[in-house]
Design a protein around this ligand. Structure first.
Ligand code: MG
Length: 282
């Protein structure tokens, strides 16, 4: 099923999106975090209310306010690792084939059609990163890679917007990844039962209609199963945790000269079976 968060008559609701994306039906739960934590989403989905045409509601990010910082994978596609090391070897070159983990503060995720904030007072190197994001559905501890699919609630798209000069200017990437308006998410969550595990989905990004990124989520260096096994060997991950799995080649810093974003640019991130997340830089 496709799940969305939306505004209707001034109220924030969770709903089921029809297969063709034309109508939404509200669910009796306060927000998507609560739906996930209930462990009972299929029964609750069976209580969906009356249909409303999608054009009469305003989509929000499916999880507008994650309960914890998003967990992110860096340099998790081989071609992106190479382009990033070409841009700044000191900041991005990897000496060992280990996963790069970092986190990203998401005070409020940017909705579909919402604005990426350019923060021109802080950065001259604003960049995009189309990513498949995994949302956990259960408390995860000591998960084996082969069982990782059982812990996934669903999948969405995030754009891991990054201020490259802030990211590389500090030893840690946290600040340059966490500015307000830096995490577009959506347009929906597709529940895990609809996507074969591990997901092998076409992923792409366009800027002003020009294709910049094109890859397949099957090409991850560290698979979702490996990541869950590694992290949960030492950390307990809670339901609702969002894990951004990394971005392929074709980000702005990978071009020579680099192609950074500016106000007015339109970024579209697409993942097969989930949809397109379209945002404008403001
Ligand atoms: Mg990223």
């Amino acid at each position: 099923m496709k799940l969305v968060t939306y505004l209707h008559d001034g109220a924030e609701r969770v709903g089921l999106l029809s297969g063709d994306g034309s109508v939404v039906r509200p669910l009796p739960c306060p927000d998507l975090n609560s739906l996930i934590e209930s462990g009972d989403w299929e029964r609750i989905a069976g209580q969906a209310g009356e249909e409303t045409p999608l054009e009469r509601v305003t989509l929000l990010a499916p999880i507008p306010r994650p309960r914890q910082d998003m967990i992110c994978l860096g340099m998790n596609y081989k071609d992106h690792l190479e382009e990033a090391a070409g841009y700044d070897a000191g900041a991005f070159a990897k000496e060992k084939p280990v996963a790069v983990y970092f986190s990203k503060r998401v005070t409020e995720a940017v909705p579909p059609e919402g604005y990426i904030q350019s923060h021109t007072e802080l950065t001259e190197r604003l960049d995009y990163e189309a990513e498949l994001a995994v949302i956990l559905g259960r408390t995860a501890k000591n998960v084996k890679a082969a069982e990782a699919g059982d812990y996934i609630f669903g999948y969405t798209i995030v754009n891991d917007v990054s201020a490259r000069d802030v990211q590389t200017g500090h030893k840690q990437w946290y600040f340059g990844k966490s500015l307000d308006g830096f995490t577009p998410m959506g347009p929906c969550i597709v529940t895990a039962d609809e996507i074969a595990f591990p997901p092998a989905l076409e992923i792409s990004a366009k800027v002003n209609g020009e294709t910049r990124q094109r890859a397949n989520t099957a090409w991850l260096i560290n698979s979702i199963g490996q990541v869950l096994e590694e992290l949960t060997a030492g950390m307990t991950l809670m339901p609702g945790t969002v894990i951004a799995t990394g971005t392929p080649a074709g980000v702005g810093m990978g071009f020579d000269p680099p192609e950074f974003l500016k106000p007015g640019d339109v970024v579209e991130c697409t993942v097969e079976g989930i949809g397109t997340l379209r945002n404008t830089v403001k």
